[in-house]
Design a binder for this molecule. Structure first.
Ligand SMILES: O=C[C@H](O)[C@H](O)COP(=O)(O)O
Ligand SMILES: C=C(OP(=O)(O)O)C(=O)O
Length: 350
């Protein structure tokens, strides 16, 4: 006797994908609901980030955490440590934790907890999205504002009420679909320069996203729908370097700020200390962060904040055999001890 799910599963030799049913966003959000108190907390955290963006709050925005979530236990451990540190540093830093469950890949590779939670290639997205929401809910309940990269607009439908800051990655900042999505996301969004190092695509994305769009999407009940988006003006540029070139130096930041002003955008940038800026060497994040904070201390108010890739154990590992606890299986991260020292040092530097 076949279950309904089995009956609905279609395998075919044509190019049609096999279809597996999924709960609707409304169902999953009801099952793992945000309490009224948590909803207020998240809205306040979004507003605090908007205040930084507007220059009404002088704190430095720090988006920090693992490159990707593969082991919820280790991520919750990181979250507890970060929440404790946040209490001590929150007068000068607004710390937001990376909770990344979707990974854009250069070609192929593991695409994140939401796509393949068992990391066995079976791609059980029903389980992946459920586990993504569960871990984010626990982190948010620790009092931490959460950051994620919005890759598939449908995935975001299941998670958006938990997120305070969203990234559009270097590989998607030129995509019209992503710009339309940003135009109806309910939180501030950082848009990364393209992988070639150019900020222009990201600035065009900011211009596009602040406008309203008519587009297709799904509603919270999974119904295909025409969406009339309101536009999102709460966006900023994230400089992450590209093609062997870094862009965290004063000259690159000044050029980006001038281009932002020309486009009528918030002339505020976040520097991603990792990725191409660190030339894939996680340890370089530390001197880069200090250099950027020094520019800010010297008076450059265009510097909104920093992004760090940080986990418990430094470095990265291949996803095979016995795994090191709290170590990234995607990009290399700085470890907890260096991260704590760095955040305390930045706090003292400000
Ligand atoms: O942040 C993560 C990676 O840089 C990004 O997902 C690309 O990864 P890949 O080049 O290993 O595929
Ligand atoms: C994929 C990421 O960054 P980028 O888009 O800059 O490569 C990331 O921050 O995880």
């Amino acid at each position: 006797m076949k279950t309904n799910a089995e009956k609905n599963t279609k395998t075919t030799t044509s190019n049609d994908p096999a279809v597996r049913p999924l709960s609707t966003p409304r169902q999953l959000k009801a099952e793992m609901a945000v309490s009224e108190e948590l909803a207020v907390q998240i809205e306040q955290q979004r507003q605090q980030i908007r205040d930084l963006l507007e220059g009404n709050d002088q704190r430095l925005l720090i988006v920090t955490g693992p490159c990707s979530i593969h082991d919820e236990e280790a991520v919750l451990d990181y979250g507890r440590r970060l929440a404790g540190l946040n209490e001590q540093l929150k007068d000068k830093l607004l710390i937001v934790m990376r909770a990344y469950v979707e990974k854009p890949r250069t070609s192929v590779g593991w695409k994140g907890l939401a796509y393949d939670p068992a990391r066995n290639g079976k791609g059980d997205m029903a389980e992946g999205i459920r586990r993504s929401r569960a871990v984010m809910l626990k982190l948010a309940n620790m009092g931490l504002p959460l950051a994620t990269e919005a890759l598939n607009p449908l995935v975001m439908r299941y998670l958006d009420d938990l997120i305070s800051w969203t990234a559009i990655g270097a590989r998607t900042s030129e995509s019209q679909t992503h710009r339309e999505m940003v135009s109806h996301l309910p939180m501030p969004v950082g848009i990364k320069n393209s992988t070639d190092g150019s900020a222009s695509n990201a600035i065009n994305a900011m211009i596009s996203a602040r406008h309203s769009h008519h587009t297709l999407g799904v509603d919270v009940d999974g119904q295909m729908a025409m969406l009339d988006t309101p536009g999102n003006a709460d966006t900023h540029l994230v400089l992450r370097g590209g093609h062997g070139l870094t862009n965290y130096d004063a000259e690159s930041i000044a050029a980006a700020l001038a281009e932002l002003e020309q486009g009528g955008c918030h002339a505020r940038v976040m520097v991603d200390c990792s990725h191409a800026n660190a030339c894939k060497d996680h340890a370089r994040q530390i001197p880069i962060a200090h250099e950027v904070v020094a520019q800010r201390v010297a008076g450059n108010q265009g510097i909104l904040g920093l992004m760090l890739e940080s986990f418990i154990t430094a470095g990265r590992q291949n996803d095979s055999g016995e795994l090191q606890y709290g170590q990234s299986i995607t990009d290399a991260c700085i470890g907890w001890d260096e991260s704590e020292r760095l955040l305390r040092d930045i706090h003292a530097q400000l």
